[in-house]
Design a protein around this ligand. Structure first.
Ligand code: CP
Length: 314
């Protein structure tokens, strides 16, 4: 894998390799039996975050460190990005510092693609979330989590609920789950479904109760209030009533069906605290698994590159 920009770029073989490698990373490091693997010693991973993040930035940092890479964190706040430095000049700076991998989050859809294809840098680029477009490592960690509980995902019924319009998580999940052979149903109010969704490899429904009975997993999406200026949004109370996952609705799910959420959650809006903290919820486990999946992605992208520490180069 040279760059990871879209979940749709992954073939079934690629996706399976990432998930199997993540299994191996978990086996080696779960419970911290082995604290660090030496596989990326001498490589430099730069976390370039133009948008806020808790889970993704932290887990990429932990993943890189557990593979013994050097890690540099750039966020818009506290760097020259906040002074308006361009993506190009930032990229040239990272190149001059010898970055081997750049993990980028940006509010503009397509920014990681621009970075990967511009010729400004030689580093491998990982999309850590670009605008409303894609978040491929989130989809990989979601698939990894579901696979651990449900087995192979081919033929499984996955229901994704809520603010699909603004969700890079939903788009990446639909693409990856289709590749893995799962059946996806998107459930949302009509105003929160994107144009062209009829061409996505999934079903759509407006009625959550009807979709829950056959679900193997239900993934709730965050209502992205900060991006809501371009869409009609009912009141929070009305949204929760029609599209929120509460205990009554959870009881409609088959026994053993999972509840997922990529975080951050609006507790009381798209999911009640009772459901988020229930035995069926794997939301905290998703965060743990994010480290294994990002270790796998960084390993598969960077282990074959020629990064060299000063020590090794000397
Ligand atoms: N799921 C996710 O991308 O969370 P963060 O915004 O905290 O990284």
């Amino acid at each position: 894998i040279r760059h990871l920009l879209s979940a749709g770029d992954l073939s079934l073989e690629d996706a399976t390799l990432v998930l199997d490698t993540a299994d191996e990373m978990a086996r080696l490091t779960e419970g911290r039996a082995v604290k660090k693997l030496p596989t990326l010693r001498g490589r430099t991973v730069v976390n370039l975050f133009f948008e806020d993040s808790t889970r993704t930035r932290t887990s990429f940092e932990l993943a890189a460190k557990r593979l013994s890479a050097d890690v540099v964190n750039f966020s818009a706040k506290g760097s020259s990005l906040s002074k308006g430095e361009s993506l190009k000049d930032t990229a040239l700076t990272l190149e001059a510092m010898g970055a081997d991998g750049v993990v980028v989050r940006h509010s503009a859809s397509g920014a990681p693609y621009r970075l990967a294809t511009s010729g400004w840098i030689n580093a491998c680029v990982v999309n850590a979330g670009d605008g409303t477009h894609e978040h491929p490592t989130q989809a990989l960690l979601d698939a990894f989590t579901m696979r651990r509980h449900l087995g192979e995902l081919a033929g499984k019924q996955i229901v994704i609920v809520g603010d699909v319009l603004h969700s890079r998580v939903a788009r990446s999940n639909v693409l990856l789950l289709a590749t893995l052979g799962a059946k996806v149903t998107l459930v949302a109010p009509p105003t929160l479904l994107p144009n062209g969704v009829e061409h996505w490899p999934c079903e759509t429904s407006l009625h959550l109760d009807d979709a829950l009975g056959g679900a193997d997993a239900v993934m709730m999406l965050r209502v992205q209030s900060e991006r809501m200026n371009d869409a009609f949004f009912p009141s929070a109370r009305e949204y929760s009533r029609r599209y929120g996952l509460d205990s009554r609705r959870q009881a409609l799910m088959p026994p053993g069906a999972l509840v997922l959420h990529p975080g951050p959650m609006n507790r009381g809006m798209e999911i009640t605290a009772e459901v988020a903290d229930s035995a069926r919820s794997v939301i905290v486990e998703q965060v743990t698994n994010g480290v294994y999946v990002r270790m796998a992605v960084l390993y598969l992208m960077l282990a074959g590159t020629t990064g060299a520490t000063n020590e090794e180069a000397a």
